[in-house]
Design a protein around this ligand. Structure first.
Ligand code: CP3
Length: 347
């Protein structure tokens, strides 16, 4: 067996597609409502106050590292935070999600969007990363993130969570020139934001394109892919990158072309099949169904073993869920799952 690595080494080795001592693990939405200590913190502070106060954000980030022993510490923040620096006020409504009172639907609104440096627009995000880099001291890789242009455009144009995002698609198909201007502004902000996070100490950055599954491949290529590609190209050599989406079986090859170091997939395809479709040119993150965690341990273990069997020690795997932890998940099962993946993949 190889020397035991720190969580950070394990994660970064996998991202380079070399062989770590065991498979690194983290969970989408690990710092959130499934943890009693997080719910306690939230009784005293509203969500955005936690996200905008570096000491509180750092505390929430460390909770799942302490409790689950995960190899990745995802910054406690939200994809909506940079909107403030873009001049777009928003709120997060409990049980609803992000809401923008004045959605961006006109040329005047698109042209009013500012592209700001993160030091000026979201200094608290950078400060939280600096604090965490010191506190983690290699225990886990520090993960920064941003919303991808398409998913950000969905919130900006629709103004609130939606199933189909009809206003967003109406702009994309009906006013393509305006759409491209909007995507350009979001892309420019995102590049500055992620570069700032890397400078402040993020080891890896993840780009969340949560609503990408709404598109077919030709729309993706025309309206979205160039922007995603530009983001990953700008970060090459600066910080390793992960592309995240769900429900995108139809887009996998096109996502691979955008140039991330790792592609995160949900549970809809077996992980080996998804990796094969990507031509094994990237690392692979995933892909347990978060609802599986509602089942008894034997069922969870079986599904985790199936993922490890399919990966079959191919270097470049980061174990994760296909989407976020559900708030009703039993945290003890998550801790057990981390141990199980570590033991089951020990090399
Ligand atoms: O562990 C982590 O992943 C913590 C950090 C994190 C949050 N949001 C904290 C949060 C991350 C990585 C995000 C990303 C995010 N935010 C995405 C992309 C990932 C995905 O889920 O697809 C999206 C689409 C958002 C927008 C957003 N913010 C939603 C949909 C919600 C949930 C609304 C709800 O109440 O169900 C939020 C709020 C939010 N962001 C919460 C947390 C912990 C819940 C707020 C609370 O504590 O009440």
């Amino acid at each position: 067996m190889t020397r035991t690595m720190t969580g950070r080494d394990r994660f970064l080795t996998a991202v380079r597609r070399e062989q770590p001592d065991r498979t690194p693990v983290w969970f989408m939405r690990q710092a959130g409502r499934c943890l009693p200590e997080y719910r306690e913190l939230r009784k005293r502070h509203p969500f955005l106050e936690v996200a905008r106060t570096p000491e509180l954000a750092a505390r929430a980030t460390l909770m799942p590292v302490d409790r689950f022993g995960v190899d990745g510490a995802v910054l406690f923040a939200d994809i909506m935070l940079p909107l403030e620096s873009m001049g777009v006020p928003f709120e997060i409504q409990p049980g609803v999600g992000p809401v923008i009172a004045d959605p961006i639907r006109t040329a005047a609104a698109v042209d009013a969007i500012r592209v700001a440096e993160p030091e000026e627009g979201t200094p608290y995000v950078l400060e939280a990363l600096r604090l965490l880099r010191r506190e983690l001291d290699g225990r886990a890789a520090l993960l920064g993130f941003a919303g991808a242009p398409f998913t950000m455009a969905c919130y900006l144009v629709e103004g609130r969570p939606s199933k189909e995002y009809p206003s967003t698609k109406a702009m994309m198909y009906g006013e393509p020139e305006l759409w491209h201007r909007l995507m350009r502004a979001i892309t420019d902000t995102t590049i500055l934001y992620l570069k700032g996070q890397a400078e402040a100490g993020a080891d890896v950055v993840q780009l969340f394109d949560s609503w990408l599954g709404l598109l077919n491949v030709s729309s993706y290529r025309e309206y979205v892919q160039p922007y995603t590609t530009q983001i990953f190209t700008s970060l090459k050599g600066i910080v390793p990158t992960v592309h995240f989406s769900t429900g995108t079986v139809q887009l996998l090859e096109a996502i691979g072309e955008t140039g991330p170091d790792v592609v995160s997939v949900d549970w809809r395809l077996p992980i080996d099949e998804a990796w094969e479709r990507l031509g094994h040119r990237t690392g692979m993150q995933g892909n347990l169904d978060p609802a599986r965690l509602m089942a008894p341990w034997e069922s969870i273990r079986g599904a985790a073993d199936d993922i490890l069997d399919r990966v079959d020690n191919r270097p470049g795997h980061v174990f994760n869920l296909g989407h976020g932890i559900m708030p009703q998940t039993d945290p003890d099962k998550l801790a057990r799952l981390v141990q199980h993946v570590h033991l089951g993949s020990a090399r």
